[in-house]
Design a binder for this molecule. Structure first.
Ligand code: SF4
Ligand code: SF4
Length: 98
């Protein structure tokens, strides 16, 4: 039997998302983002959740891997515009590969 190492994309593809269609677990305060020079949210998220649309920061929360990186980056290198809470019970990502 042969084995092969899975790529990161392969591993993430095994995960399952239970999306809360009615509530985002991420809120972004646009008034703080307006003063943000670095906008680290746009580069640190491994799932590219944050995008700039017409000058505003949009969080595509359904793709979140729940790593917490964005909150730290926003608080330390940004203006603290992100409020991140764990998804409500039963929602969010279910990791299937470690
Ligand atoms: S890092 Fe925080 S404050 Fe800066 S643009 Fe992103 S969400 Fe807004
Ligand atoms: S918790 Fe991690 S995956 Fe989710 S939005 Fe923040 S940086 Fe991206």
């Amino acid at each position: 039997m042969s084995t092969r190492e899975l790529s990161l994309d392969d591993r993430l593809g095994l995960d399952k998302y239970e999306i809360d269609e009615e509530h985002s677990h991420i809120q972004v305060d646009q008034s703080l983002c307006l003063r943000c020079q670095l906008r680290p949210c746009l580069t640190v998220c491994p799932a590219a959740v944050y995008v700039a649309v017409d000058g505003e920061i949009v969080a595509r929360y359904e793709n979140c891997l729940e790593c917490g990186t964005c909150q730290i980056a926003c608080d330390t290198g940004g203006q603290g515009g992100i409020t991140w809470n764990p998804p409500q019970g039963g929602f969010g990502i279910v990791f299937r590969y470690g």
